[in-house]
Design a protein around this ligand. Structure first.
Ligand SMILES: O=C(O)CCC(=O)C(=O)O
Ligand SMILES: [Fe+2]
Length: 220
């Protein structure tokens, strides 16, 4: 399941991040790629030693965790410190799968937060492969897309302008993407029913079911 979330970052957050990105040191993105992904990775990332990096990472993690849709979709246990990347014309990230373990942590959900507006660059779509085909994703600055880390994906070549993004990974309490989707659907339906009918005995049963499924599937 692919989930898009609008306005994870507000205009102030975006302005602040973009101002910082003007002042940070970018290095070759291959430094943080696995052995095979390195062959197809051609972008730049903020240097891990950059003094501005930690505060930028904290802001992005805070904004994600403050977002109810993000929490519902990922059931976060740990959110990794984001990487901030840029793609200039000619840069791309070919088809790859993200590492299953990063810094000793299992990765379940991949997250891209777009930091450039779509009209600031051509190309640069995040292309996610699934059994149903490929899906191109290019969202407004401040919006995020979440997809299972089990997926093959790529960033199409940028042909004009500059694509900036923050990318991170979530270790979920619920390992399996299908189980996460079930819980997400149940909770979505429960919220909608509550809005329409208030707290009914049937809603209590749904809440009990959701809670007990989570208890069954969660690994903490
Ligand atoms: O920039 C993106 O949207 C995704 C980048 C990516 O696939 C990665 O860093 O592993
Ligand atoms: Fe990736």
């Amino acid at each position: 399941m692919l989930i898009m979330i609008a306005n994870v970052l507000d205009p102030n957050n975006l302005r602040w991040l973009r101002k910082n990105l003007e002042q940070t040191r970018f290095v070759d993105g291959r430094q943080t790629a696995g052995r095979e992904a390195r062959v197809v990775k051609n972008n730049e990332q903020v240097d891990r030693g950059d003094p501005l990096l930690e505060e930028m990472q904290e802001l992005v993690i805070d904004r994600l965790l403050a977002n109810p849709l993000f929490r519902m979709a990922t059931r976060p246990h740990v959110v990794r410190p984001p990487l901030f990347s840029r793609y200039e014309p000619g840069m791309e990230y070919g088809s790859h799968v993200d590492d299953a373990i990063m810094g000793g942590m299992r990765t379940d959900v991949s997250v891209t937060i777009f930091l450039s507006e779509p009209d600031e660059y051509d190309g640069g779509e995040l292309v996610i492969e699934s059994a149903a085909g490929e899906q191109d994703v290019k969202l407004a600055a401040g919006s995020a897309v979440l997809y299972p880390t089990t997926s093959l994906h790529r960033v199409a070549p940028v042909t004009r302008g500059e694509r900036r993004a923050a990318v991170t990974w979530v270790r979920s309490l619920v390992r399996d993407a299908g189980e996460r989707e079930l819980l997400f659907d149940l909770e979505t339906a429960r919220h909608a029913l509550f809005e329409r009918l208030g707290k009914t005995p049937e809603l209590d049963l749904l809440a009990k079911t959701q809670s007990n499924l989570l208890r069954r599937w969660a690994e903490d």
